[in-house]
Design a protein around this ligand. Structure first.
Ligand SMILES: NC(=O)c1ccc[n+]([C@@H]2O[C@H](COP(=O)([O-])OP(=O)(O)OC[C@H]3O[C@@H](n4cnc5c(N)ncnc54)[C@H](OP(=O)(O)O)[C@@H]3O)[C@@H](O)[C@H]2O)c1
Length: 324
């Protein structure tokens, strides 16, 4: 299956930070600019995000889209409303398909590793979902190299395609490079990376020592502000400002530079980018196909290195299933 190099994700935005008309406009902008790949999850905005995406994509030619969703985080109050047990996976896929108004998703992803469920149980449930036609491919998100290897071996036995890993990856967060990427290259698994612009931070719009711009994620009290807060440190923001002349010299916006940067890694199949308004989508999509030269990559490394996280131990899942 081909995916678009830049894909569109709706975490924090659809059903929460932005109203329905803005969500629809962003999806329209994505479709108009050639994005065919859309990423969501059952848990986003308490299940509302899938429903918004379903409405926004309604009427589009299904064969021209790749729709991804995920299962793991809690979607209800019960002990079985989360995790990767057979019960929850089987229930969650049906609910996701109903909200997305589609008969199948192209990629069904384990949103984290579940230490409370035997991996065999999870992979057998995924196999039944693939064999029933409700998902075409299986993926994982934030799994360690060893977990990916074990999941892949079972997928081979069960004859289902485990094709992707969805980790956080950006100039500021490079924890997959040491272990996850080499194992995935060996196994033929691609990275579909999240937060490639560090939730907006790598666009340079957050300035050190200043209040965040109105209407940005950092001012979204519903949920966004809490998630982006970790990046809003003066040492990070100061370094990001130093990237501006490099982007200008390369004829790129800061967002394009950051997205193009993740796409230079040959193991990265797609960068999932979020947006609150169509102009951002039009800006971001232009990163597709951009080649960054060795000198530019070196200059970027020198600037961000002191604030870049590289420790592979930062790929983590909860130690037990929520509610276990
Ligand atoms: N698997 C996982 O555990 C996981 C976790 C997180 C995300 N994801 C996936 O990855 C997707 C992207 O994540 P993300 O939204 O955190 O990442 P991101 O793409 O790094 O940040 C997106 C946000 O940055 C701002 N922005 C985007 N383009 C901009 C531009 N050109 N100029 C200025 N600001 C711009 C917008 O927020 P404001 O306008 O509000 O500032 C937008 O919502 C999610 O939707 C989801 O599909 C997966």
């Amino acid at each position: 299956m081909f995916v678009s190099e830049v894909s569109y994700g709706n975490w924090i935005t659809h059903g929460s930070q932005v109203e329905e008309d803005a969500a629809q406009a962003c999806v329209r902008a994505a479709l108009d600019s050639g994005i065919t790949t859309f990423d969501t999850a059952d848990v986003y905005a308490g299940t509302r995000a899938e429903a918004v995406l379903g409405r926004a994509l309604k009427g589009e030619r299904r064969e021209g889209l790749e729709i991804f969703t995920k299962v793991f985080w809690p979607v209800g109050p019960g002990r079985n409303d989360n995790g990767l047990s057979r019960k929850h996976i089987m229930e969650s896929i049906n609910n996701s398909l109903r909200r997305l108004q589609t008969d199948y998703v192209d990629l069904y992803q384990a949103h984290r590793y579940d230490y409370s469920t035997p991996l065999e149980e999870t992979m057998t449930a995924f196999a039944d979902i693939v064999h029933s036609g409700k998902a075409h491919y299986i993926g994982v998100s934030e799994w360690t190299a060893d977990q990916i290897r074990a999941g892949h071996a079972l997928a081979q036995e069960l004859r289902i395609p485990l094709v992707s890993s969805q980790p956080q990856y950006s100039m500021l967060w490079r924890v997959i490079e040491a272990e996850v990427v080499p194992v995935c290259e060996e196994l033929g698994i691609g990275q579909i990376v999240w937060s490639p612009i560090a939730q907006g931070v790598l666009t340079g719009k957050y300035l050190p020592g200043q209040a965040p711009p109105e209407g940005s994620r950092a001012t979204d009290d519903k949920s966004g502000a809490g998630f982006v807060a970790g990046w809003l440190r003066d040492d990070v923001l100061t370094r990001v400002q130093q990237l501006k002349p490099l982007a200008e010299q390369a004829g790129l916006s800061m967002a394009q530079l950051a997205i193009a940067w993740v796409l230079q890694n040959p193991n990265v199949s797609s960068a999932i980018v979020g947006a609150t308004r169509p102009e951002q989508v039009f800006d971001n999509v232009k990163a597709s196909g951009v080649k960054l030269g060795a000198d530019l990559l070196k200059a970027i490394d020198e600037i961000v290195d002191p604030v870049t996280e590289r420790d592979p131990a930062k790929t983590v899942s909860p130690s037990k299933r929520p509610g276990a």
